[in-house]
Design a protein around this ligand. Structure first.
Ligand SMILES: Nc1ncnc2c1ncn2[C@@H]1O[C@H](COP(=O)(O)OP(=O)(O)OP(=O)(O)O)[C@@H](O)[C@H]1O
Length: 283
């Protein structure tokens, strides 16, 4: 049974898994993001690639909403479409009731690549840049806000450093600070930790959760790692292999289950759902 507004701290059976299409689930409140029956296609010379087919889901304020599925199922394509970089061939996407038609400062993206920072600008200048250019803040206001968010990702010591002097994990934290400083309606993260070593990746995941505890921002997070999905998400949408369709949604993911050992069970259940035939998944 799907429910909205997960209470992460409450003890509960950790695996409320549903195969009910999200479009059939009654929303408790107006969703922040409403993706309705969205098909995304790439039109190439002489052929068309369908990346996702009739995908529906809703993201609520303060959700940590994870898109999980095998490589090529269209996770990044979906995220780009929410970002406004791709127009659906079918269906609709609205954020706060407005149709998504183009990129905007209400949806900031963080990518996997370490080179998403401007190499000729310092950490502080990188975080200030969109605040000045897209939000129209004065340099003084932008610097104040940027410093606040750089502090939140524990990089105050690196304010004046240039990207090439930072580790991969530090660069990703700067990118997160830059996205969060814009105080977007939703932060869109495309496998931001996938290129990090295992230890740094784990640290960055924990820091992201800590950051969420502090600010309760809304995040949509793409990964193909089941363990990462469980660690990050309070809701996990499972997509089938290419073309991506909604297979199931895991709701009320209790992050405490990661510590109490039941994460392994949840991981196995999600694995079985992801890789089962449709008939098997629909139990
Ligand atoms: N720019 C593009 N032009 C044409 N086809 C594309 C383009 N980008 C992605 N595709 C195709 O769309 C499908 C979905 O790709 P997408 O990158 O969204 O999947 P993904 O689930 O994010 O995969 P991964 O986990 O490997 O990043 C794939 O078949 C891919 O080859």
């Amino acid at each position: 049974m799907t429910s909205q507004g997960a209470e992460l701290a409450s003890p509960r059976p950790p695996v409320p898994v549903t195969d009910v299409p999200t479009s059939q689930v009654a929303a408790v409140a107006e969703p922040l993001l409403d993706v309705s029956s969205v098909t995304l296609r790439y039109k190439l010379p002489g052929r068309v690639i369908t990346a996702t087919e009739r995908v529906s889901f809703q993201v609520n304020t303060s959700d940590r909403f994870v898109l999980l599925g095998p490589s090529g199922c269209g996770k990044s394509t979906l995220l780009k479409a929410v970002g406004g970089y791709l127009k659906p061939s079918e269906g609709s996407m609205t954020i706060k009731g407005r149709t998504v038609t183009a990129p905007g400062p209400d949806r900031m993206m963080v990518f996997q690549e370490f080179d998403q920072l401007l190499p000729w600008k310092t950490v502080l200048e990188n975080v200030m840049f969109p605040l000045v250019e897209a939000r129209g803040l004065s340099r003084k206001e932008a610097a104040e806000k940027a410093k606040l968010y750089i502090e939140k990702v524990n990089l105050t010591r690196a304010l004046d450093s240039y990207p090439h002097t930072l580790s991969g994990g530090m660069k990703q934290r700067v990118a997160i600070a830059r996205g969060m400083a814009m105080e977007p309606d939703i932060l869109l993260m495309d496998e931001p930790f996938a290129a990090l070593d295992a230890l740094t990746r784990r640290t960055c995941q924990d820091e992201l959760i800590q950051l969420w505890e502090d600010t309760r921002f809304t995040v949509m997070f793409v990964t193909h790692s089941i363990a990462e999905a469980i660690r990050i998400g309070n809701r996990i949408l499972l997509l089938s292999p290419h073309p991506g369709r909604v297979k199931a949604e895991v709701v009320d993911v209790d992050t405490t289950s990661v510590a109490d050992g039941s994460a392994g069970r949840l991981e196995r259940e999600i694995h079985d759902l992801l890789f089962a035939d449709d008939g098997v998944a629909a139990h």
